[in-house]
Design a protein around this ligand. Sequence first.
Ligand SMILES: *Cc1c(COP(=O)(O)O)cnc(C)c1O
Length: 345
Amino acid sequence: MKPLQELVRPNIWSLSPYTSARDEYQGKDAKVFLDANENPYNAPFNRYPDPLQRDLKKKIAIIKGVKEQSIFFGNGSDEAIDLMFRMFCRPGVDNAVAIEPTYGMYGVCADINDVEYRRVLLDENFQPDADKIMAATDANTKLIFFCSPNNPSANNIDRKVIDSVLDRFEGIVIVDEAYIDFAGVPSYLEQLESRPNLIVLQTFSKAWGMAGIRLGMAFAQPEIIGIMNKVKYPYNINQLTQQRAMDEVMQYDRVQEWVKSILRERTRLMKEFAKLDCTLQVYPSDANFFLARVKDAKATYDYLVDCGIIVRNRSKIALCGNSLRVTVGTAPENNALIDALKKFK
Ligand SMILES: *Cc1c(COP(=O)(O)O)cnc(C)c1O
């Protein structure tokens, strides 16, 4: 890996971050807070939240088996993705490489930040080739994005490819593990200590069932997390979100039960979906959704909308012609989908 100072934009490297009242005073013993121009009434929401979410990091460090200093919380993973571009990529100069097709936010954040985004097409099994990815890089490539399990193809990306790129690339490698809880394979968090150029993204939006509170996680070596903390909005995670997440991590067994039942339903739903007249192919899934090629994606999608059932038409995406992306729901929801499609002519 290149020295971090060579990878980070010079203005970010030398940035003196905003220091909030809550940064300056970190103790818990004080009783009278007259430092932040808050309203003394309407507790507890009158107070600014902890800018570094220390209580929540303590809990997540235990659940994930990582150091607290290796954790960043964002307003969804999307904040962490945007920060990657703002921290590492000089607009109009640097570039990022990603597998294609994949999660759309990487490309959108690249566009917003005026960073060239290079797409490296997956093969017909939705797997990447390490040589092709490396061939797409040059001296100004700062980031390489993997998403595993990948959205929208739902499969785990070949670990040999990710490992090979981690070995060979001198910049930052991001592995987005939004669906890792469904994947049945170990997380790349295992390699966090041995891979200084690795950033792992996870989220509370999928297995944790909390897309509404907007809380994403990034894991990396403490030096990278320190720079992310410097660039983020001081109070990026509000008090309601921190509190709700704290309550939820106390019931982690519930999350594990949800995952089990979603995995059971995934097997059943995919089997049923494969039998439908409209279906040509159901691709394997390691996530809480699957991709299926159908005879006519638009007609199928429109018919389902008329039935009050919404799936995602991914037909315009590379390698996904006439394909629908279907999220696994509850048993009654999945039955409603199958029953509707059985009647589709
Ligand atoms: C759903 C999803 C996320 C989650 O984004 P949040 O902003 O945390 O809700 C991240 N990455 C991928 C690939 C996803 O599909």
